[in-house]
Write a protein that binds this ligand. Structure first.
Ligand SMILES: Cc1cc2nc3c(=O)[nH]c(=O)nc-3n(C[C@H](O)[C@H](O)[C@H](O)COP(=O)(O)O)c2cc1C
Length: 499
């Protein structure tokens, strides 16, 4: 009689012979066909490679798109832990492109400084202006790309910290509302939640959504940095019955948004649509989210604002470095202008046409720390939006699985099992802590520059390393195209009190 381990050995031998035969006869993988059995190791190692590199071999500055140092800062601030570092900077201080702030010899005394930033009023002249009191807010990530627990934690966190949250293009879910925070409703080209079958706007449904008290403003998405000119993609694995119902889409197939709105194809048409949407939203501010490819688009908008004294109330400028749930690599890598340059173009152009005070500029694109937000403000933004930073606050470990439904942290998945691990109550506190830490960091930087308010940070407070040992003032690298640069700057925040 053969002992049990004998049977195991025989079974193992049979499996090896069977696998070798399968490997030799299959035609899909050359390596496996040429090196039966052993060739399979390549695929196994490839699967483990990314996490092994991340945990064991990658240096603190080696990971992409965010370094471990950046992620750790978010994790620590989100947990309310000590957010200081010891021993000094790890960043190469001589690397070309590094931006440095010029510290004031006599910083603003903390005792004399404002504790709160001067609020930014969006749509000051509209029927229902929106007052934003938080420098950094939550950028659009749809329910669909994110799990319901993640959306709920973000909306609760927004309420706790006082920032606002964009819905992303997947429409408004009960989880956005449950947290009770302020919402910016995103109207993407697919018009999920308020669409006619031909992708035009279902005006009655939109009116209902826009009338909800939590919805403070509307953003018309033209593009996002990770895939300009390409509509959003939600892989079929992530389309649950609930998501299909909220979006008004079929189950069992990938959900693609059109790559632009069907209602307009030029700036005049866009402006007409903006006005129409604002009327439907009973005078709530309406803005656009876009990615620049040059100056022309902003020039046309600026000209329209000057000639008509009307137009969008805000522009979210998303840099090409922005994140996504799913995008083609060519689009993510090679289309669009990065945030830094795009902000300068937008700010300069609006000043050149004398309309800078009519529109609020919101910058987004790989901002995770206070210094990055302060740089965006200095380059021309009035406010910042952050997406992936808030994912880190929710526990994201940069596993790069958002497009697979296998996100191990339950943030970007619809798997009930995986999202079970994300406790919305615990994580909402982290979201709020992180939002507050960012705000505090930017306030502290403005004081270090001798200023009272973050809105005063300008290009004149920064310089860029252009080669080892040589630094050039940012005003030289990015000159303002307008003489009255300082004068218009103060108009950014209209003094008119708003509701
Ligand atoms: C998981 C995920 C989902 C996103 N979904 C949307 C979306 O629905 N609509 C949109 O306009 N942008 C979307 N974005 C882009 C972000 O709103 C933001 O513009 C971009 O990520 C830049 O911010 P970040 O660098 O802070 O991530 C998404 C980004 C991520 C990471």
């Amino acid at each position: 009689m053969l002992p049990w381990w004998g049977w195991v050995l025989i079974g193992f031998g049979v499996w090896i012979i069977f696998t070798v035969i399968v490997d030799l006869t299959q035609r899909k993988h050359a390596i496996i066909r040429n090196f039966p059995l052993i060739g399979r190791l390549r695929y196994i190692f490839e699967g483990f490679g990314a996490p092994l590199r991340q945990y064991l071999f990658q240096g603190d500055l080696g990971e992409r798109p965010f370094t471990r140092l950046q992620r750790t800062w978010v994790y620590r601030t989100a947990k309310g832990m000590n957010d200081t570092i010891s021993f000094g900077t790890q960043i190469d201080q001589d690397a070309p492109g590094v931006i440095k702030f010029n510290p004031a010899p006599f910083p603003t005394l903390d005792l004399h400084a404002n504790n709160e930033m001067a609020p930014v009023i969006i749509g000051a002249e509209r029927k229902q202006p929106y007052k934003v009191s938080h420098i950094v807010n939550i950028s659009g990530m749809s329910f669909g790309a994110l799990s319901k627990n993640a959306v709920l934690a973000l909306s609760k966190g927004a309420k706790l910290s006082g920032c606002y949250m964009s819905t992303g293009e997947g429409s408004l879910s009960p989880y956005h509302l449950e947290g009770g925070g302020d919402i910016c409703y995103q109207l993407g080209p697919a018009k999920f939640g308020c669409r006619n079958p031909d992708h035009t706007l279902d005006k009655a449904k939109f009116k209902e959504l826009a009338a909800l008290p939590n919805v403070k403003m509307i953003e018309i998405k033209l593009a996002q940095g990770a895939k300009p000119g390409k509509g959003g993609v939600l892989p079929r694995e992530k389309v649950t019955t609930e998501i299909a119902r909220i979006r008004g889409i079929p189950m069992g197939e990938d959900c693609h948004s059109p790559n632009r709105h069907v209602e307009f194809s030029d700036v005049a048409g866009l402006m007409k649509f903006v006005n129409e949407v604002r009327d439907l939203a009973d005078g709530k501010p309406v803005g656009i989210k876009c990615v620049l490819g040059g100056e022309d688009f902003v020039r046309e908008i600026a000209r329209y604002l000057r000639d008509n004294n009307d137009g969008p109330d805000f522009m979210q400028i998303d840099g090409a470095e922005g994140g996504t749930g799913a995008a083609p690599m060519s689009f993510a890598d090679h289309i669009g202008i990065s945030l830094q340059e795009a902000l300068v173009i937008t700010d300069n152009m609006l000043r050149e046409y004398g309309v800078r005070d009519q529109i609020v500029i919101i910058g987004s694109g790989r901002i995770v720390t206070g210094a990055e937000a302060a740089i965006a403000l200095g380059l021309g933004a009035d406010l910042c939006l952050v997406a992936r930073g808030f994912m880190f606050a929710l526990g994201c470990i940069q596993a790069l699985q958002c497009n697979t439904n296998h996100c191990p942290t339950g943030v970007a998945t619809q798997s009930k099992w995986l999202m079970r691990g994300l406790d919305p109550t615990d994580k909402s506190a982290r979201v709020a802590n992180y939002a507050k830490a960012l705000h505090k960091d930017v306030m502290a930087i403005s004081r270090a520059l001798g200023l009272q308010d973050p809105s005063e940070i300008g290009r004149e407070h920064m310089s860029m390393i252009v080669e080892p040992g040589r630094r050039v003032a940012l005003t030289e690298i990015y000159p303002s195209s307008m003489k009255a640069f300082r004068e218009t700057r103060v108009l950014r925040r209209p003094a008119t009190p708003a509701a």
